[in-house]
Design a protein around this ligand. Sequence first.
Ligand SMILES: [Zn+2]
Ligand SMILES: [Zn+2]
Length: 563
Amino acid sequence: MNATGTAASGDELVFLPLGWSNEIGMNFNLYGFGPPHARKWIVVDLGVTFGDQTTPGVEIILPDPSFIEAHADDILGIVLTHAHEDHIGAVPWLWERLRAPLYATPFTAFLLREKLREADLLEEARITEVPLSGTIQLGPFELTLITLTHSIPEPNGLAIRTPLGTVLHTGDWKIDPDPLLGSPTDQTAIRKLGDEGVLAMVCDSTNVFVDGESGSESTVRIALAELISTLKGKVAAACFASNVARMDSIIRAAEANDRRVCLVGRSMIRMSAAARSVGLLTDIQPFVSDSDAAYFPADKILFLCTGSQGEPRAALARVADGAHPHLSLGQGDSCIFSSRVIPGNEIPIRNLQNKLADRGVRLFTERDHPGLHVSGHPCRDELKRMYQWARPQIAVPTHGERRHLLEHINLARDMQVPEQVAPRNGDMVRLAPGRAAIIDEVPAGRLYVDGGMVTPEHGEALRERRHAAYNGMLTVAVALDRKGRIASGPQVRALGLPGDADYELEEAIDDLASEAEAALKKLSADDRQDDERVEQALSRAVKKAAFRIWARRPVVETTVLRV
Ligand SMILES: [Zn+2]
Ligand SMILES: [Zn+2]
């Protein structure tokens, strides 16, 4: 028995991931307690992932909350472990559908408030700021924050105590003995929890294939300081804005070399404000505005930039294109990438670096200069230590693709963890009572933010857009008189379809128009009175001809006017 009461017969403790189990990004984890018909829920993290070439026009992807939305009244709270987008980014999009109180530590709460303010939800959504190592009581759940190290200020694990046992939800973590900002991983708290008994550990799998340790921010600080001291000309350094320790290292290296720092990019400015709100980045010289930076001699300035992943609208991409209003780089200048290549971003990063190199900018990346970056996630030796400290009965890998979760299962087995479960999104795992098992499958999926609207993953708009992007588009318009005779047209227009010297595009369009006309003439007088029949005939004829011409199936749009 403990502070959270005793379990009644029929009570169960379940874990239900609705995101970040078997795919990239989007942390969305639920814990449920009670009998199956009357469970109370807590939500841990509510993050986004980002679109790519396969989702043209869609930048933000959300987890589908339908299952828990139907139980919104039974959500006791939404607890956010840290401020990375894959953990908090979906709050402004999905909070209205869940409407539960939010809990976060001060740095995360600062950024969350900014997001809710932009979404016009700040008045409605209640955020409770929890101090580091603080406790939150939510019905049968008693949550205690555990300070960890990661790549952002205030990363927290959660000890979730329930009448049926304690879960250690790690969130994102690593073991950094010298994280520069904030305290090192609180191994005393984790060991103590292990002594009390950990029923299940739900744990980060990102680097499960990487041997050894992830390394310390303090070694990156040394590498950056050494490198920056050797550079002449202007220096630009790109890192994730959320990695405030990294920002701090770059700023100190700049100051040591008599360079002032100019922040370039909105998220750099937003993150530095969040950092200052919790007392970080305070004992440094004021930043130089980007318009003032232009007046500094080249060797007296350092630009701290967003855009290390080749994001097209970020500061660095605009510099590479020569399109930044205040910052230009050229011969004799340097650009440091203090970041890793996130899988999927290889091509945009390569393009960005080629453009910078073309301008004469010298590049320094992690690949050629190991030490300019360390990961924020645990490698195998760190995972092993965590298992030794926590000694869970059940290992539940999360935060990884399928292959990561399954390799994490192997590691847990090697570490003598008696039970292991690797759920997919939507798999409900019963942690207690009895052996851990997947007992149910609930709807889980993704939603796309498309043109500012939240749309289903397999929605018509994106399907059409993708189809048009690969195949082009044809429009056919015809005007018919009252008797169904052609008054004008058919007029064909093509978008995104090619012609060549042998067969010019105009010829192809004429060809399509005559096919459309022939099809129309084949229709009976009755059929020609029916718009739908006419559209169908036009569309079929044009599709067939398009396939003959281009061996491809463009989107075909038809319009019938009656005059
Ligand atoms: Zn993170
Ligand atoms: Zn994460």
